[in-house]
Design a protein. Structure first.
Length: 341
């Protein structure tokens, strides 16, 4: 930003305009000279102020600072009314006493602290990856810019909210978007409970715990439960069937969610940033076969290096055509085919 200032100033009034000084106008010449000096002084002052206010800090340093800030915050965090309050980073964690997996959770305060620790690990790994310092190596510079945008939001004083619910939505987690939430969003009710930027997590879905909200027929037909098991599930400890997924990489999930804060939404028509970033920077969560998972991870990273795709980010239509033409729109489907059954 500061680089644009000298060029503009030079054109307008530091260098003067050719022919602006009348012939033989000595006093005018002096005045112009004085103006030049004043202008130059002003410019130097302006540059000094700008430089002092916004020094350039490399991404790696900002990522490190953020991790240190979260650590400091955690050491001093207050906990009251089921809310963990992190002052410096302006983060609050609500109702997350049963994080991460509902059953067998630690004390509410330390469960909420666990969430912030997962977030901190996810931010460090995800942001470093986008900045080209992670395991996958250099990605397209467009993603460094996304890391810069996310860091700017995290460094800001804007309050950031993490809210936990139990058995209250079909998704594992959902994030607010800067575009707002529409009434037609199937998760409108949950999203309405947090303002932007916010994330809602369901600790039942995270833990692969069977919902208590199905009817008896569903338990019998789909989950093959006997009547005593249905009674126990409803009134005692909820069941966790082997075929329900327990989310392993929680830092990866939390990073995925905060990427949505940049306005990136899920779609098959254009690059699905949250999915690509989570898969390349963390791995394929729902695929336990190591070789298959590694292959998909590599594909996600290869897509994130495609110069033609990302240098067309300023033109949504052109980018959509490239996304489709190169068959990248098939990637998510191919991954889904390899999900654990
Ligand atoms: Zn998502």
């Amino acid at each position: 930003m500061a680089r644009g200032v000298p060029a503009f100033q030079c054109k307008a009034w530091i260098c003067g305009t050719p022919g602006a000084v009348p012939k033989g106008g000595g006093s005018m010449q002096k005045r112009i000279g004085g103006l030049r000096r004043t202008g130059l002084t002003l410019l130097l002052t302006l540059l000094a102020v700008t430089t002092a206010a916004e020094p350039f800090v490399p991404l790696a340093e900002r990522i490190e600072r953020l991790a240190v800030l979260l650590d400091q915050d955690l050491a001093l965090a207050g906990y009251a009314d089921d809310t963990l309050d992190l002052r410096q980073s302006a983060i609050t964690v609500h109702d997350c006493g049963s994080y991460p997996y509902s059953e067998g959770a630690a004390a509410p305060r330390s469960a909420s602290i666990d969430l912030v620790r997962d977030l901190s690990v996810g931010l460090r790994q995800g942001l470093s990856c986008l900045a080209g310092h992670g395991e996958p190596g250099r990605l397209h510079p467009y993603h460094e810019y996304q890391a810069h945008r996310l860091l700017t939001l995290l460094e800001s004083e804007a309050p950031k909210t993490f809210q936990c619910v139990e058995d209250d939505m079909f998704a594992v987690a959902v994030a607010t978007s800067p575009q707002g939430t529409t009434l037609t969003d199937p998760l409108f009710r949950q999203l309405r409970s947090v303002s932007f930027p916010g994330v809602v997590l369901d600790t039942y879905r995270l833990g692969g715990v069977l919902s208590r909200r199905h009817d008896d027929e569903t338990y019998r037909e789909f989950f093959h439960l006997a009547d005593e098991q249905i009674y126990e599930h409803r009134n005692g400890q909820p069941l966790r069937p082997a075929n329900l997924h327990r989310y392993r990489d929680r830092p990866g999930l939390l990073f995925h969610e905060v990427v949505h804060w940049l306005g990136h939404e899920h779609s098959a028509l254009y690059p699905d940033m949250a999915h690509l970033y989570e898969t390349c920077c963390f791995g394929a969560e729902y695929i336990s076969d190591a070789a298959l998972a590694a292959g998909h991870r590599q594909t996600a990273c290869t897509i994130l290096r495609d110069d033609e795709l990302w240098s067309n980010s300023y033109s949504r239509n052109r980018q959509m055509r490239i996304w489709h033409h190169k068959g990248y729109d098939q990637f998510k489907g191919a991954m889904r085919d390899d999900y654990d059954s």
